[in-house]
Design a protein around this ligand. Structure first.
Ligand code: SF4
Length: 766
């Protein structure tokens, strides 16, 4: 039987890049059932939302324009007669909805083993351009941003309509632009308004044609029958939305022995790395666990495997042995060893309303524990602002208390009664969600005031660097998941989510209680609140967990995050006692609020200033977190070049040019000549995690000269910087070997914007 192709298969290929999913979607359901392939046939929440949103949008459009539509509830698309009239330019309709796109003849770009299924364009807009009918293809999506895979689907419809037009000798053409009508930035999925995202359709058409002619034909020829399934698959976090997950997840089930468990169970493995491993005989977790790190250096290892082999093998071994084992890094600069007062935050996001659904805070200082959790059953922005203010007010008040305590101690930071505090989230995504929520409410003076305090958690810019005081006290928050991933190999499947991580820690006897959600909250690869729960809550659907149950779930996650942080600190102490190297090395000082920012008033211009400050501080924090990664990780991610050898130094009147020899694997790095914010050092935290030092170690990467060898790097340093005590001391310490070029944070806008805003404010006052 020939395989069938529809627009949704095109979209899902470009969304998931999964050969198996594509093959299954082209098969007849009866063939799949015979294999058998387990499928979750419940209607996907996104799909229901999409249909409802499209209906409302088309309904509203038809009040303003002439829209041809199929009868309500009719799944057969627009009647053929009406569609033909529309395409031939007859009648006064501006739009046709649910236009069936099925050419009679096989298009040239479609492989012989494929048949076209029925496809319907959501909307086609008809206009007349230079006397000819012009058809613009529109897809309506209940999404906040149009992604490439949405555009591929529109391009596929354009190809089909092109074929229909040609075979019916219709005088008309496809508009070179396609459109996605999506949820507006200032609207919600329950509304009937839309925002248009236009795009040039030709590049997407080319990719779809290539895919259909080559890759898809190959995929469609893969045998899938009872006892035989030759499709390539890789279970990863995106699978959570796939209807075939009940089938594929069996291959990575923790109850399967490691010698039978598919290698895609190993967290962090990419599609590309899995393909390579299979070709090297590493099909299962046990087989990967037996391999040596040398696989990363073998011919054809590929980018991903060559850079992560050691980490992946350690993870496979941890899974095979069901043991928490040391990872590829022995220490981290992302978390401090001492935290007397820990402040934990949790935040869940509803992707449809683009807002917070929950916000949780747990404060633990010795015996003192405070917890505050807010659940938001509606998308009301005012309620979101209130929740933010309530939670942050409590957090700021706790920090102020610590600040006052530390300020009152004689002897300053060296007083042993000083309190060290730190903020934790489990997932970095929670921090991003909070930051976006703050941005949404900058027009609220209460949020701006809180923001000022949050910004003051960072050290002031203008502190004079003191060489003997190089405490890295800049990171006010830690995403625990990154710390655990960096330091340990855990027996967890596909992802390092809190449920699996805390369960592994509990099984190994490291913590008392794991986060163990009931079925309502259980997700395969994440512990954040699922879209099913947040939509059920907001739409008041039966079977939705109660607000109390959601609060308990957030509380359980905060407790498990606290338990994991405590375990990390105790493991750090254990290693120190055993004479090993320190594991947690973010060397913070006792907490003090910085006092260099003027209070923000409530005028409109202050809102702009607040926005700039927030952007600046979050950009700086993001950079610092990346720079806190080990040099190996930064180099592998293309964010650093090194270790380099110093070849020569040429002094000129105003600058100094340093010749360095880079290692061969630096050739595909992302740091190019002319990049902003480059710093030259030994790559160690004492330099790269010290923003006050950056101006003195800043440099410029020059374009190579025609006869330069591929590993030569010419770096220009401003001569006064080169001659400064800091640079000379660094030269002395590094010597010839071990130079690194890193990207620091440069913000070209904030100072200018701040000056301009001040100028506007003064002009307004004058
Ligand atoms: S669950 Fe994942 S691996 Fe399986 S078919 Fe779906 S996308 Fe592919």
């Amino acid at each position: 039987m020939a395989s069938g192709l529809s627009g949704s298969t095109i979209k899902s290929w470009f969304q998931y890049r999964c050969e198996r999913k594509t093959r299954y979607e082209t098969m007849d359901p009866a063939e799949l059932a015979a294999v058998p392939v387990a499928k979750d046939n419940r209607e996907n929440r996104w799909a229901i939302l999409g249909v409802d949103f499209e209906e409302r949008v088309v309904q509203r459009l038809s009040q303003e324009k002439v829209v041809l539509r199929p009868p309500k509830g009719d799944k057969e698309g627009l009647r053929e007669g009406l569609a033909a009239e529309f395409l031939r330019g007859r009648g006064n309709a501006d739009y046709a909805a649910q236009l069936k796109l099925k050419p009679r003849l096989r298009p040239a770009w479609l492989g012989n083993n494929l048949e076209l299924r029925r496809s319907f364009a959501d909307l086609v807009c008809r206009t007349t351009v230079r006397g000819k009918a012009n058809f613009r293809i529109i897809d309506v999506k209940a999404t906040r941003s149009a992604r490439a895979f949405h555009k591929m689907q529109v391009a596929f419809y354009a190809l089909l309509l092109d074929a229909v037009i040609n075979e019916n000798a219709i005088v008309g053409e496809i508009d070179p632009e396609g459109e996605i009508w999506r949820i507006p930035d200032d609207g919600d999925a329950e509304g009937d308004r839309w925002q248009v995202e236009s795009f040039a359709i030709e590049p997407y058409k080319r990719l779809v044609r290539e895919f259909c002619a080559n890759t898809l034909s190959e995929i469609a020829s893969k045998p899938v029958r009872p006892g035989q399934d030759e499709t390539f698959f890789h279970v990863y976090f995106k699978c959570e939305q796939c209807a075939y997950l009940p089938h594929c997840i069996q291959a990575v089930d923790r109850d399967r022995p490691a010698y039978l468990r598919d290698v895609s169970a190993v967290p962090g493995l990419s599609h590309e790395a899995k393909r390579t491993l299979i070709s090297m005989g590493g099909k299962t977790v046990a087989q990967l666990a037996e391999m040596g790190a040398g696989i990363g250096r073998m011919d054809g290892a590929g980018w991903s495997l060559s850079r992560r082999a050691e980490t992946l093998i350690a993870r496979a071994q941890a899974m095979r042995d069901d043991k928490v084992a040391p990872g590829s890094e022995s220490h981290t600069f992302l978390m401090p060893p001492r935290t007397d007062a820990a402040l934990y935050l949790a935040a869940d996001q509803d992707p449809v309303d683009d807002g917070l659904v929950t916000l949780g805070y747990l404060y633990v200082r010795g015996d003192i524990t405070r917890q505050l959790i807010k659940v938001l059953p509606t998308a009301d922005r005012k309620a979101e602002a209130n929740a933010l203010v309530e939670i942050f007010s409590q957090l700021i008040s706790d920090l102020r208390e610590i600040d006052a305590h530390n300020a009152s101690l004689p002897g300053g930071p060296s007083n042993p009664a000083s309190i060290f505090s730190h903020i934790f989230v489990y997932e970095a995504a929670e921090g991003v969600g909070l930051q976006n929520a703050v941005k949404r409410h900058l027009d609220d003076p209460r949020v701006r005031h809180g923001l000022l305090d949050m910004v003051r958690l960072f050290p002031p810019d203008e502190i004079v660097p003191e060489p003997e005081f190089r405490g890295m006290q800049h990171l006010p928050a830690t995403a625990l998941r990154s710390v655990i991933e960096q330091l340990f190999a855990l027996p967890v499947t596909v992802s390092y989510d809190l449920r699996q991580v805390s369960d592994a820690l509990q099984r190994n006897g490291f913590i008392g209680n794991a986060y163990s959600p009931n079925d309502l909250f259980h997700r395969p690869f994440s512990s954040l609140l699922s879209i099913d729960v947040s939509r059920a809550l907001r739409e008041g659907r039966p079977g939705c967990p109660t607000i109390d149950q959601i609060e308990s779930d957030v509380a359980a996650r905060l407790q498990a995050t606290h338990a994991a942080a405590e375990w990390l600190r105790s493991e750090h102490r254990r290693r120190i006692q055993a004479g090993e190297r320190a594991m947690l090395r973010l060397n913070k000082q006792p907490f003090r609020m910085q006092a260099t920012f003027d209070p923000l008033a409530v005028a409109d211009l202050d809102m702009l200033r607040a926005f700039e400050l927030l952007e600046n501080r979050s950009g700086l924090l993001e950079t610092m977190i990346k720079l806190a990664q080990p040099t190996r990780v930064r180099r592998e991610a293309g964010r650093a070049i090194g270790p380099m050898r110093l070849l020569n130094v040429y002094k000129y009147a105003r600058s100094v040019v340093i010749f360095l020899s880079a290692p061969p694997d630096a050739l595909d790095d992302e740091i190019a000549a002319g990049a902003f914010g480059l710093i030259l050092s030994n790559g160690e935290p004492e330099y790269v995690l010290e923003p006050r030092m950056w101006p003195q170690i800043s440099c410029e990467l020059l374009d190579p000269k025609p006869n330069d060898t591929t590993n030569l790097r010419r770096v220009r340093v401003f001569r006064p910087n080169f001659e400064s005590a800091v640079f000379q001391e660094m030269m002395r310490r590094i010597g010839e070997e071990g130079w690194f070029l890193d990207r620091s944070f440069v913000d070209l806008n904030t100072a200018k914007a701040d000056n301009f805003i001040s100028f506007l404010a003064q002009s307004g006052a004058a």
